[in-house]
Design a protein. Structure first.
Length: 205
């Protein structure tokens, strides 16, 4: 490690860790999990292979860190736990942030979709550690809103939450992954407004 001051040591370590995760997202998305090794990640990060092992024991640990630190979940957890935020504000914030960060996360989505049959454990890990947790958080928020009488009673808050997030994922898949933005371009804000409007129409008393 280069010589850094004691005051800047923690900042430096976090920067280097982030550098490794950024490189891993690129390499994993391009080469797949089985086709990627730590040396590949180190090369893209511009550091020595041994340096990667100072931060992570394996590429499995790197993948887990990507899911926990680079997905929507950390922001989502902090935001959705605030139950007193008005519903329209909450949904709009979630939708905007989702569409803003997902393009950076596309290599991991591509990885899971293309490599899922070879590495089902990683697809399951993405589902359990990110998608399922996020879905449950939003479901709990919606259930609290229903209990407070702000929206109608929901038969299944989990499915209601999944429907909302699914409408956002449809935008990502059609516009970003399938190239729809080159043929039927839709502004993210227009999609956010329509999705929130439709959802509110369905849950309001």
């Amino acid at each position: 490690m280069p010589r850094v001051s004691a005051e800047r040591r923690e900042e430096y370590l976090q920067e280097r860790r982030g550098q490794i995760l950024d490189a891993a997202i690129k390499v994993l998305g391009k080469k797949g999990f089985e086709g990627t090794n730590v040396a590949d990640i180190a090369k893209v990060a511009g550091i020595a292979k041994g340096t990667v092992y100072l931060y992570f024991e394996s590429k499995e640990e790197i993948f887990s860190a990507i899911l926990s630190e680079r997905s929507l979940l950390p922001w989502f957890t902090d935001r959705v736990m605030t139950e007193d935020v008005p519903l329209e504000t909450m949904l709009t914030d979630i939708a905007r942030h989702f569409l803003k960060v997902m393009p950076d996360y596309l290599p991991i989505i591509h990885l899971v979709l293309s490599d899922g049959h070879r590495s089902p454990a990683h697809a399951e890990q993405l589902y359990q550690d990110v998608i399922l947790k996020g879905n449950k958080l939003l479901a709990a928020y919606l259930a609290a809103q229903a209990k407070a009488g702000r929206i109608r009673k929901l038969d299944n808050p989990f499915l209601t939450a999944r429907a909302f997030l699914g409408m956002l994922m449809i935008y990502v898949m059609t516009q970003e992954m399938l190239g729809g933005k080159h043929f039927t371009s839709i502004k993210p804000e227009a999609w956010v407004r329509e999705v929130v409007r439709l959802f509110l129409d369905g849950v309001r008393p």
